[in-house]
Design a protein around this ligand. Structure first.
Ligand SMILES: Nc1ncnc2c1ncn2[C@@H]1O[C@H](COP(=O)(O)OP(=O)(O)OP(=O)(O)O)[C@@H](O)[C@H]1O
Length: 357
């Protein structure tokens, strides 16, 4: 697959403090790419540097094979969708979208018929037919999101940057718009780079997920690989679906504060040793149930459960005081009632564990 964007050792500092500390990444053509990272990791800075709103202090940015660092934003051919949509409240849906085309600095379109035709196509593409003459104040949050996207797409960018595009929407709409955004992108065939702080959003949406950690790309992988093989304990932590133990690797076990944990074959090289087990790989059993030979067992006291749609997340206090989480999919098992502060065995197959060492 050919690359649309290449970042080579891109740096950006504020008052001597690095926000981007050497970014290397290659973004494929015609793909949905999520950029995930904790608050302050540099996501917005990276997007602004790619768009040209901020200069890079060092490194190279190549867009469709051409160096663009130093090229002004409006000549980069890159669209930007802002989190708050930045629409004109006094203009209609149609006028807001047409604005993108008429006011384009490079090659503005002034022929009324051409503008009308392109705006009509765009309205159909993002699913806003029938709302053309509504004022921006008379449409919903999800519809505003579509107008913002249409206003960018109408200018025919070769790539679109989206800064937390679902952040201003309520939880239900957020989930619905994920599918919509993916479909719109597929129809127009340009690469979307979507910034989010939500691991579920990043994993659900990205063909490729870039994980940013303290100004560096900590991992670039498809969602399946990221979910099963995070590259470091920090990446596993951001994904928010692993219990992670610190400790030391002994010959045949990982020595953790809650005991010796048997090892499977999965290893990731890491300077910081850690042992990780995914929330959804753990079963909760009565305290006295004996584990099988290929299983790892620890004990914990039940604290609480939380329903989240198709799954229940149960929390246990381990003997070292830390909280251990178990995710049970309701399609696998009926919900159980655990006794508060009751002791339970928490069991997983050693092959499901991931060791960083
Ligand atoms: N204009 C600025 N002046 C000084 N420091 C800045 C500026 N913009 C960003 N920073 C700093 O750079 C770092 C990265 O910020 P950035 O906004 O890119 O992070 P982010 O991952 O987008 O965070 P969030 O998810 O909270 O929006 C932070 O430490 C931030 O304080």
């Amino acid at each position: 697959m050919s690359a649309v964007l290449q970042l080579k050792n891109v740096h950006r500092s504020y008052a001597g403090v690095p926000a981007l500390a050497g970014i290397d990444a290659t973004l494929p053509n015609d793909a949905y790419v999520s950029l995930l990272g904790p608050s302050g990791s540099g996501k917005t800075t990276l997007l602004r540097v790619i768009a040209g709103f901020e200069p890079a202090d060092g490194g190279q940015i190549l867009f469709a094979g051409r160096r663009i660092d130093g090229v002004p934003p409006h000549q980069r051919g890159i669209g930007f969708v802002f989190q708050n949509f930045a629409l004109f409240p006094h203009l209609s849906v149609r006028q807001n979208i047409a604005f993108g085309l008429e006011s384009r600095v490079v090659d503005p379109v002034t022929d009324v018929k051409i503008v009308a035709g392109r705006v009509r196509d765009m309205i159909a593409l993002v699913g806003l037919a029938g709302l053309e003459d509504r004022a921006i104040t008379q449409i919903s949050g999800g519809q505003k999101q579509r107008v913002a996207l249409a206003r960018t797409l109408v200018t025919e960018p070769s790539m679109v940057l989206l800064d937390e595009p679902l952040g201003a929407l309520d939880a239900n709409l957020r989930t619905r718009m994920r599918g919509e955004l993916r479909k719109i992108r597929e129809r127009c065939g340009v690469t979307f780079l979507h910034v989010t702080g939500s691991e579920t959003e990043a994993l659900a949406m990205g063909d490729t997920v870039l994980v940013l950690d303290r100004g560096r790309i900590a991992q670039s992988a498809d969602a399946g690989t990221l979910y099963s093989r995070p590259a470091s304990p920090d990446v596993a932590r951001f994904l928010n679906c692993f219990n992670i133990f610190s400790g030391e690797l002994a010959d045949d076990a990982f020595v953790s504060p809650v005991g010796r944990l048997a090892l499977g074959d999965a290893r990731q090289p890491s300077a910081k040793p850690a042992y990780a087990i995914r929330y959804d790989r753990v079963s909760i059993r009565p305290k006295d149930a004996a584990p099988a030979g290929d299983e790892v067992r620890i004990e914990g006291s039940f604290v609480a459960s939380e329903y989240s749609g198709a799954a229940i997340n149960s929390f246990f206090a381990l003997d070292d005081g830390r909280v251990f989480e178990v995710e049970t999919h309701l399609s696998h098992a009926a919900p159980e009632n655990y006794e508060e502060r009751g002791r339970y065995a928490l069991v997983w197959k050693k092959e499901d564990s991931l060791v960083f060492a």
